[in-house]
Design a protein around this ligand. Structure first.
Ligand code: HEC
Ligand code: HEC
Length: 447
């Protein structure tokens, strides 16, 4: 797979060289010195220029075939209400936004996320999450809607159960109206003999009070509860799909490469341009952080030191995904499971070793410290120093991939890489997406 991509790259580089695309001359009046070469000046080689065009713009959001309301505005509004709703947690204080804080670039600034109690992983940013193929650091979910059902029931996160979530919804006329205009009537939640106050399947602890309550329900009512719960996840996905970052200075610069507009070209300092050159050249970062979202959407070991040695990463995630009752091949997929079955059938073909985690996007990375799946690294400088020497790296898996090598960056190269990573920042979103929606009234009638 990798060599095929290289083939494409090589082909496009050769093509470019043959066409010898003229680069617009930049008039000297527009140049601003930044103490490190001239701003507005292109310092990339023709090969690097050709590569830059492959990293921007970010394409349109891929469709989400398993979710019929993925792009429905009313569903997104309901999803947004749920995302910010602290009532959907055991202590009444935790919402999705507690760990995915809009002002902290949809992460939380902590190493390990903290809900009802401390978790064992770092809260992932939600920037461009709609572009991902697998979800969580270990990819144990194959859709955003299925992902959204997990935190509510994680005892360390919301500490809630699906029946409690449904009862909170049921107790709020505005939410009920928004829900029912999208999906039709809710199950008969008022009947507590059929739908107990709390309950969820807890296979790992059959004696848990949530499990006992769940097991007291008929299979039909369990299915009805699951279907309604899934619909809430689908609304949350519709909201999350709007968290898109695509207009960073790097993108402006690449637009400039296409248009020749010197003002656009000035968006990237020569240092940041050299950083991009390192990213796709000597640094070999692109081997994993590939494409306009700066991730290949797959799993690798970058050998960062870990505290939790028991965390199997992707090797465990793929097994969990295959048996997940909410995976895309399940009855809950709106496309009859077509896409997910294909995805699931492809996934296990590649071998996955313990210690592989999902390659994160690098868009807005300067705003999402700390870094890595345990938040092990506090700064981007620390990350670059790590990749430079691999001094603190875990030993390589003898049977694993060999993408990672110490690159021995000079001081100047470290500064250049940093300037490039910082040029991927665009946190602009409509302010109304950064908080609970004012009212759902419009949402229900819009459809
Ligand atoms: C206690 C903090 C916490 C809360 C509350 C929380 N999350 Fe997360 N979120 C995390 C952590 C930690 C991860 C990574 C967990 C893992 O890999 O196992 C994560 C991962 C995710 C991802 C995966 C992103 C990706 O690229 O794979 C999404 C999406 C997400 N959360 C959305 C939500 C939604 C929606 C809610 C509310 C229903 C929520 N989170 C509640 C901490 C939290
Ligand atoms: C072998 C694949 C691979 C290569 C090569 C690679 N990375 Fe990564 N990178 C990853 C993975 C996987 C993670 C997440 C690892 C984890 O959390 O355990 C990551 C994490 C990061 C992070 C932290 C992002 C976050 O949100 O936590 C940054 C920054 C980063 N890489 C930059 C780079 C740079 C710069 C280079 C080139 C010098 C590079 N990477 C090379 C796979 C790679």
């Amino acid at each position: 797979m990798l060599s095929r991509r290289h083939g494409f790259r090589l082909a496009s580089v050769v093509l470019l060289a043959l066409c010898a695309l003229p680069v617009m001359p930049v008039s000297s009046e527009t140049l601003r010195g930044d103490g490190d070469g001239e701003a507005g000046q292109i310092v990339l080689s023709p090969e690097e220029r050709a590569l830059a065009l492959e990293y921007s713009p970010l394409p349109e959001l891929p469709s989400s075939p398993t979710n019929a309301v993925a792009d429905n505005a009313a569903a997104a509004r309901l999803g947004q209400a749920l995302f910010f709703d602290t009532r959907l947690s055991e202590p009444g204080t935790v919402s999705c936004a507690s760990c995915h804080v809009p002002e902290l670039s949809w992460s939380d600034g902590k190493s390990l996320a903290q809900g009802v109690s401390e978790t064992t992983r770092h809260a992932m940013t939600l920037w461009n999450v709609g572009y991902n193929r697998w979800f969580f650091w270990d990819g144990r979910k194959d859709s955003l809607w299925a992902q959204a059902l997990t935190p509510f029931e994680d005892p360390r996160e919301h500490g809630f159960s699906r029946l409690e979530v449904l009862h909170v919804l049921h107790g709020d006329p505005e939410l009920v109206s928004a829900y029912e205009s999208l999906f039709g009537p809710l199950p008969a939640l008022a009947d507590r003999s059929r739908f107990p106050a709390e309950g969820r399947p807890v296979p790992e602890e059959p004696g848990h009070r949530h499990a006992l309550a769940w097991d007291s329900m008929t299979a039909e009512d369990q299915q009805a509860a699951d279907a309604a719960y899934v619909n809430l996840g689908k609304c949350i996905e519709a909201f999350e799909r709007q968290i898109v970052s695509r207009h960073a200075p790097f993108d402006t610069f690449v637009e400039g490469l296409r248009s020749g507009d010197p003002e656009q070209l000035a968006a990237l300092s020569p240092s940041a341009q050299r950083g991009f050159g390192l990213f796709v050249g000597k640094g070999k970062c692109f081997l994993c952080h590939d494409g306009p979202n700066f991730t290949d959407r797959e799993f690798h070991s970058n050998r960062v030191p870990v505290t939790n040695l028991l965390d199997g990463g992707r090797a465990v995630g793929i097994q969990e995904l295959k048996t997940d009752p909410f995976n895309g091949a399940s009855v809950h997929a709106d496309d009859g499971g077509k896409v997910a079955r294909t995805k699931l059938s492809i996934a296990p073909k590649s071998l996955h070793y313990p210690g592989e985690f999902k390659t994160p996007t690098l868009r807005n990375v300067a705003a999402t410290a700390p870094y890595m799946h345990e938040g092990q690294m506090a700064t981007l400088e620390e990350v670059i120093a790590f990749y430079s020497t691999l001094e603190t790296a875990l030993p390589p898996d003898p049977t694993g991939e060999r993408f990672l090598q110490p690159r021995q960056f000079s001081e100047q190269e470290v500064a250049d890489l940093l300037a490039f990573l910082e040029s991927l920042t665009d946190e602009a979103l409509p302010p109304e997406l950064l908080q609970a929606p004012g009212s759902l009234g419009g949402a229900a009638s819009e459809r």
